[in-house]
Design a protein around this ligand. Structure first.
Ligand SMILES: C[S@@+](CC[C@H](N)C(=O)[O-])C[C@H]1O[C@@H](n2cnc3c(N)ncnc32)[C@H](O)[C@@H]1O
Length: 449
């Protein structure tokens, strides 16, 4: 514990931005956060760790099912749903269907409704889903879920504020406005802040990097290319920090601020303006769907609250979110039932493509694990849902850095190096890569003088 505190306090300013939930988990974890020269923050064993020890069990901050397996997993927690045979045998809880989405339990449906699904059920994300299918993208759907969480909160906050105001107006002098409670005032200012962002203007065109901004991003000097070949671009020095674009972080209780605080602490890819075309296209589709929902609302206050929230979800916000999702999202691997009647999809599932994935999820503390092609920590999803369990893959000594693998570590050296540079913007110098590079160099033909 002392080591955790020492490492934590001796590290740079970025660590003070860790969200409270992450700090709580870190306080009981057998590891600490440390800053590394070439890899940004990472996690280090705070004591000797035994092989097979569970280091962390984490729920996702946000997750989303893969398009190909949407009807096989819970729309909220990604739990694999019982097969029709299991349902018929009465061996499992019956899934609940709502608006063509499946939920594993009524509590998952209620949690989804309280967060994003009430609003989502009133609009269509079909166009965005088609776009994701066309580009093989999964992150726009997570960004959409975050946007729905923020928009639904803006909408309900405005409606509640109206109700409270009506209640207090009937008791107090309406002209003096003395019936407005302090929480009303907080909500009013919160909605107006959400609509203008941190500086009240669009940030995309004029927020250029300064060296201090770049230093808050561990990719500041590296090149980055998106994992989607359709939006390849080279990260250049001179691109800017996108943290401000997430909106003001804080604790006024709004989901917008919570999301800004949570995502603001994650590392992100430098995305120089203009934004990648497919990102701008996807954002337009999302904004259109949300705006249509605002237009369809009967309650004036709700519509106004939704409109106000939407202004904070501009293209800058979207790019800032996507720049984080690309570097930090995990694929949730689950034991999905294989439908052998779907020959092609069954083959893809066997080969471990997207068909084998329950979905994608973002973990806040889990995002601090750096990569090695010979990891000492394994990530599994033993509950067949989005709860990630990080386990020691061997005995680890106090002070050793903890690594997971971001890729299929069974690949050859060149493929691993190429993919890590392409998708995560770094050159891997793990022990295995260094040894294999050395071996490769021995077999290179001698250079002519
Ligand atoms: C999921 S984050 C890991 C935490 C990150 N280091 C941070 O400061 O938040 C992924 C990013 O960390 C950096 N990274 C992870 N493993 C690395 C490694 N072995 N060598 C260099 N950079 C690494 C890369 O910039 C990568 O895009």
């Amino acid at each position: 514990m002392n080591l955790v505190k020492r490492l934590f306090s001796s590290s740079n300013q970025q660590l003070s931005g860790l969200p409270p939930t992450v700090l709580e988990q870190l306080a009981v974890a057998p590891f600490a956060v440390q800053k590394f020269k070439d890899a940004g923050r990472g996690l280090v064993a705070a004591r000797d760790i035994q092989y097979g020890e569970v280091l962390l069990t984490e729920q996702p901050y946000v997750c989303c099912p893969s398009l190909s397996n949407r009807r096989k997993v819970c729309y909220h927690c990604l739990k694999v749903l019982p097969t029709p045979q299991q349902q018929a045998a009465g061996a499992a809880e019956m899934p609940i269907s709502s608006r063509s989405h499946m939920f594993c339990s009524s509590s998952c449906l209620s949690s989804a409704q309280a967060s994003y699904f009430t609003l989502e059920s009133q609009l269509s994300l079909e166009q965005l889903e088609r776009h994701c299918q066309a580009y093989g993208e999964r992150f726009p759907l997570i960004a959409a879920r975050l946007a729905l969480m923020i928009a639904q909160d803006g909408m309900t906050a405005a409606a509640q504020q109206q109700q409270q105001q009506q209640g207090s107006d009937s008791q107090a002098d309406p002209e003096a406005g003395v019936g407005r409670s302090s929480s009303d005032v907080g909500r009013i200012s919160r909605i107006s802040r959400m609509s203008t962002g941190s500086n009240g203007s669009s940030r995309w065109s004029h927020t250029l990097a300064t060296s201090s901004m770049r230093s808050s991003n561990n990719l500041g000097t590296t090149s980055w290319q998106s994992s989607s070949s359709s939006n390849r671009r080279q990260g250049r020095p001179g691109s800017y920090s996108t943290k401000a674009a997430l909106g003001p972080a804080g604790d006024d209780g709004s989901v917008h601020q919570q999301v800004a605080s949570a995502l603001g602490f994650l590392c992100f890819a430098n995305v120089p303006p203009p934004p990648p075309g497919p990102w701008a296209e996807a954002h337009k589709m999302l904004a259109r769907a949300l705006a249509a929902a605002a237009g369809n609302r009967e309650q004036e206050e709700e519509a106004a609250g939704l409109q106000a929230a939407l202004q904070g979800l501009d293209l800058d916000w979207y790019v800032a979110v996507m720049a984080r999702l690309h570097l930090n999202t995990f694929k949730v691997e689950a034991a999905l039932p294989i439908d052998w009647s779907q020959g092609h999809a069954a083959a893809a599932a066997m080969l471990g493509g997207d068909a084998a994935s329950a979905g994608s999820a973002l973990y806040l503390l889990g995002s601090l694990f750096n990569h090695s092609c010979e990891p000492n920590v394994h990530v599994t999803f033993p509950g067949n849902d989005s709860t990630a369990v990080f386990t020691a893959a061997r005995q680890i000594a106090e002070g050793e850095q903890l690594f997971i693998t971001y890729i299929d570590a069974g690949q050859e050296l060149d493929a691993r190096q190429e993919y890590l540079a392409f998708a995560y913007g770094f050159r891997c110098h793990c022990v295995r890569c260094c040894e294999e590079l050395e071996e490769q160099a021995k077999h290179m033909p001698p250079q002519l003088p």
